[in-house]
Ligand binder design. Structure first.
Ligand code: TYD
Length: 124
């Protein structure tokens, strides 16, 4: 099998960065942050992992267990990754280079900023 991914057509942005997360212990939960501007697509290319995506208004848990399935996460969405299978490899395509200042890691801080952001820019 071969699955190609082209920037700006298969994913809604130019891909500037790629990274992958693997060898994560079963009981480890990662993420716990949002990004101000960054957009990402998550693809579990091997094994399985669960993703919690959350805004101040709604939340959803998504099982990624198929290398042909990608999860788009826009800016200002809180995410947590958990239940990594032993063989899980989570590939992440990102719209920007790494920028430590783009992270919001404190949930209360995130909630305040995100409420404003979604009310002003997107509505609910
Ligand atoms: P982080 O984004 O916090 O990972 P996760 O959300 O999966 O827990 O990143 C973990 C560490 O890796 C952090 O110290 C920053 C570093 N890092 C980079 O240097 N470049 C990158 O592109 C990414 C995503 C992380």
């Amino acid at each position: 099998m071969l699955t190609p991914i082209e920037g700006s057509s298969d994913v809604p942005f130019d891909i500037k960065r790629v990274y992958y997360i693997y060898c994560v212990d079963k009981n480890v939960r990662r993420g716990f942050h949002s990004h101000k501007n960054l957009e990402q697509v998550l693809i579990c290319v091997n094994g399985s992992v669960k993703i919690l995506v959350k805004t101040p208004f709604e939340e959803q848990e998504i099982l990624l267990d198929n290398p042909q399935k990608g999860l788009y996460i826009g800016s200002m969405v809180w995410r947590e990754m958990f239940d990594f299978s032993d063989d899980a490899v989570l590939l992440v395509l990102a719209s920007e280079h790494y920028d430590i200042n783009d992270y919001i890691r404190n949930y209360e801080n995130y909630e305040q900023i995100a409420k404003k952001y979604f009310e002003e820019n997107v509505g609910r």
